[in-house]
Ligand binder design. Structure first.
Ligand code: AVJ
Length: 324
């Protein structure tokens, strides 16, 4: 033993994150930690919910504009090889539209799906081998930053996909830094395709994060189950509830876990007991919604041009091609 009072597990990323996050005011945990295997499965269920419009809207958008989007991402010389990197690939259902189209047009590329869930990546690789056996795949289980650093070190043209409005999880300052880091290693022929959920009827947005079946609540609460399992915590799930709201001024959906009574929670891996007041919250997620103006501004700040702006028929969602 090193003499540290903390058990070895406390040095994990999750343990460090929880120790810091629960010391803050307000207490905060990152939505990145939703995606253990159970969380990834719950997110699959969210994507199929009647209230959760983003996935099916972006699916329709990609189907409708697949030819133009594929053309905007690949080199004009079809023989020229390139990497198609996808951050947060998940089940790849939407991406398969583009993969199929690119293969059909004879493009020469390697698909590099990146996800923090090993189970999600495993499932994706199996389905790709079955459905698109001729596709070259280099799967990667890692966070975004690691994937970007690795990709930047490899020569060759790149198209980077960041779909599903995953970018909405970043706070504005973090988004600026992320886009700058994403843009910085790109060469003039590289492209980004980023999905942005657009601002719309506030009630429609709010309903998407507070579904009638309670799947989103289960997804949020699963974070506590994860802490119980992985950090030896004793969160009593009957004393917590999911709460979410959309603020049209900031464009943010904010999601919380609410402590419904005064309580103390033991976290073995941190050798700590955390006190919660009645109705105190843990802020667990931001899901920002965008306007064309904000997207244009974000691109400019990162030194990028908006090359194409694709939307669905209702203007619910945008897939935007960005170029250095
Ligand atoms: C995967 C980040 C796009 O913010 O809409 C869905 C996650 N959270 N319902 C989103 C989520 C609650 C989702 N993203």
């Amino acid at each position: 033993m090193s003499g540290s009072p903390l058990p070895a597990v406390a040095s994990s990323d999750l343990a460090r994150h929880v120790a810091q996050g629960l010391r803050r005011t307000p207490k905060t945990l990152s939505s990145m930690y939703f995606y253990d295997d159970a969380g990834s499965q719950l997110f699959q269920q969210i994507m199929a919910l009647p209230e959760y419009y983003p996935t099916r809207t972006e699916f329709g958008l990609l189907t409708r504009h697949q030819a133009a989007i594929s053309q905007a991402l690949r080199p004009s010389n079809l023989a020229e090889p390139f990497f198609l990197l996808e951050l947060g690939a998940g089940d790849g259902l939407k991406t398969k539209i583009l993969l199929r189209h690119l293969l059909d047009t004879g493009a020469s590329f390697t698909y590099v799906p990146v996800d923090i869930s090993a189970a999600a990546i495993d499932g994706l690789v199996v389905s790709l081998h079955q459905e698109l056996p001729e596709l070259r795949v280099e799967p990667q289980v890692s966070d975004y930053a690691t994937a970007l650093t690795r990709m930047a070190a490899r020569p060759g043209r790149k198209a980077v996909l960041f779909l599903g409005s995953n970018i909405g999880n970043f706070l504005p300052a973090d988004r600026r830094e992320f886009l700058r880091k994403l843009a910085q290693p790109l060469t003039p022929d590289d492209r980004l395709l980023i999905g942005f959920d657009l601002q719309k009827d506030p009630r429609q947005i709010r309903a998407a994060y507070d579904d009638a079946q309670g799947v989103t609540a289960a997804f949020n609460l699963n974070l506590l189950t994860r802490l119980n399992r992985e950090l030896g915590a004793d969160f009593d799930l009957t004393s917590w509830q999911h709460y979410t709201d959309y603020d049209p001024l900031s464009g943010a959906v904010r999601s919380y876990l609410v402590s419904t009574r005064e309580q103390r929670v033991r976290i073995d891996a941190l050798d700590e007991t955390v006190a919660f007041d009645a109705w105190e919250v843990i802020h667990t997620e931001n899901s920002y919604k965008f306007t064309r103006h904000i997207i244009q501004q974000a691109a400019t700040e990162a030194g990028l041009e908006v090359a194409h702006f694709f939307t669905d028929e209702h203007d619910y969602f945008a897939d935007v091609v960005l170029a250095p």
